[in-house]
Design a protein around this ligand. Structure first.
Ligand code: G3H
Length: 547
């Protein structure tokens, strides 16, 4: 069915509350990461970390689960001047504040009941010496702190491809999303790629996620009054934030994260005493649909990214090749570090990477495991990164195969020309990989057998009792829903045996003619009972022991 891996490979899922934490654990996540999804390493309040830690403690799991929390992606502190400019504080203060934050989040995760939590340290926009200094201060501090000595430290650095970014940063949907996330700075109107914030003001949201200017174009004073522009801004023009180029920080001479940059990141993390390193992407790249893993141009990876386009036709693309990923993992292990890959990781990438890079320790995900929220009072939630919610069925699409991972493809991908051909190619390369199609809400169905590779293989049903359960449930569904097996009735929770839902999704017959025949005397009895009930003439027997 799947590769036999004698390892402890883990999926990290970033969550923003206890319900998401429960979904993540039930989906098979092994590291529950507290994070505000508004940015790549969004700072989360300690009390919310505590809520998540409690939720993780209370939920059923088959394998051990760790916690993690970040201390933000930018450790540099600045002193604000009255004119809106900022001056960097001293290296001593930067490292000191970062170590204080690390102590705070480590304690918030509850070291008594979660003894090996992970502190993620964002190190974007820092030179190699400075980031080594900050990371070293954090690891040394945590090792000495009472009760926190087993805390694991994970450095987090961002991959980049600046040429790719330049082709996408001016797209209207990218600008709009970045305005919504306040990822911009004031600029003079003649600055390259500057645009008027007032033109996209309907994308500005208040603290509760509601549009600040749903139906009117604000002026400069209005934008300043709501904090969308600083008081010192002159005019309403802005540019979206730019990534920090590796070349400016001594990581690589090139415009793309390559072997040289990977080497600098890993060596600095090892020197500073970290336990693990994650390469992620910044929120700029996530919004521009540039993930960390590139499936294009590879002999070994099938490029399903090419079919994953947004509503504007923008396809998903990536940064690191398979060879660079293998180099990263090998170098990490040579330096005694665990290797973690993040950055818009999708199910089709994960299911290939777990198989092709068996030594990889961890993958991380948020965007690939969230879907539109359904709220019985307020209906469907917004489609922003912050409003989408973690779904356990999608989490299971990114866990390793030996833990039950399957391939999830978004419904819209299946409409892409040649998708079926590429999917069949992928399935031919990885025998036993099961496929599910996800709708906008993260509900799964099997691939339509008439159009493509057919439903996932069904393993033999182990016991006579399980076979009987399948038959009974299928017959009940036939009566109530007019159909038998998965996906419709079972996945929409009309399943008569909800606790057996995962088993039934796998094994339920899909057509009535697959059901075993009912014996003749039993069929006659059933017919008689049905006709009497329809006629309503036969009173039901009194309950046993009743009056
Ligand atoms: O810490 C990891 C990030 O939250 C991953 O988020 P992403 O999958 O949306 O890139």
């Amino acid at each position: 069915m799947h590769t036999t891996i004698d390892a402890d490979r883990r999926l990290l899922v970033s969550v923003f509350g206890p319900q998401e934490a429960r979904e993540a654990v039930l989906g098979g996540a092994r590291i529950i990461d507290s994070e505000d999804p508004r940015s790549a390493l969004g700072t989360i309040k300690p009390r919310r970390i505590m809520d998540i830690a409690d939720a993780v403690l209370a939920v059923r799991r088959d394998l051990p689960v760790q916690l993690s929390t970040n201390i933000g992606e930018d450790q540099l502190l600045h002193r604000r001047a009255g004119n809106g400019l900022a001056i960097a504080k001293s290296p001593y203060e930067t490292a000191g504040k970062a170590a204080q934050a690390a102590l705070g989040v480590a304690v918030s995760m509850g070291n008594q009941v979660h003894p090996c939590p992970i502190v993620k340290v964002g190190l974007d926009g820092m030179g190699v010496d400075r980031l080594t200094d900050v990371l070293g201060e954090i690891t040394a501090t945590l090792r000495r702190a009472d009760g926190l000595g087993r805390t694991r430290v994970m450095s987090v650095l961002f991959g980049q491809d600046l040429d790719l970014w330049d082709t996408r940063k001016t797209l209207p949907q990218v600008r709009r999303a970045l305005v919504g996330l306040r990822e911009y700075d004031p600029a003079a109107p003649d600055t390259p790629n500057a645009f008027d914030l007032a033109d996209l003001a309907d994308a500005l949201l208040d603290d509760d996620g509601r549009p600040l200017f749903p139906d009117r174009r604000p002026d400069e004073a209005g934008l300043k009054a709501c904090g969308a522009l600083p008081a010192a801004a002159r005019g309403t023009h802005i540019t979206v934030n730019e990534p920090f180029p590796h070349a400016d920080y001594g990581l690589s001479r090139h415009r793309r994260t390559d072997v040289e940059a990977i080497r600098a990141m890993v060596e600095a993390s090892a020197v500073a005493g970290a336990d693990a390193i994650m390469i992620d992407t910044s929120i700029l790249f996530k919004v521009a649909r540039i993930g960390l893993i590139s499936t294009a141009g590879s002999d070994e990876l099938v490029d399903l990214d090419a079919h994953d386009t947004d509503a504007h036709g923008l396809s998903r693309t990536g940064i690191l090749s398979l060879e660079e990923i293998r180099f990263f993992v090998d170098l990490c292990h040579a330096r005694g570090l665990e290797a973690n890959l993040a950055g818009s990781v999708q199910s089709h990438q994960a299911q290939q990477i777990w198989r092709l890079v068996p030594d990889l320790d961890q993958l991380s995900a948020r965007g690939g495991v969230v879907a539109l929220a359904r709220d019985p009072l307020h209906g469907t939630g917004a489609a922003t990164r912050h409003d989408r919610v973690v779904r356990r069925a999608l989490v299971a699409g990114i866990i390793p195969p030996e833990q039950g991972g399957y391939l999830v493809v978004p419904e819209r991908m299946t409409r892409s020309p040649k998708f079926r051909t590429d999917l069949n190619d992928l399935l031919a390369r990885h025998a036993g990989l099961e496929v599910r199609v996800a709708d906008r809400y993260g509900a799964l169905s099997v691939v339509d057998a008439s159009e493509g590779p057919g439903p996932p293989p069904r393993g033999p049903i182990a016991s006579a009792r399980s076979r009987l359960l399948c038959t009974r449930v299928a017959r009940a569904l036939l009566v109530t829903e007019g159909t038998v097996g998965p996906p419709e009735a079972v996945r929409h929770r009309r399943c008569p045996r909800p606790r057996a839902q995962p088993f039934l999704l796998r094994h339920l017959p899909t057509r009535p003619d697959q059901l075993p025949p009912i014996s003749a005397p039993r069929a006659a009895r059933r017919k008689a009972v049905c006709s009497r009930r329809v006629g309503g003439s036969v009173p039901r027997p009194a309950p046993r022991g009743g009056a």
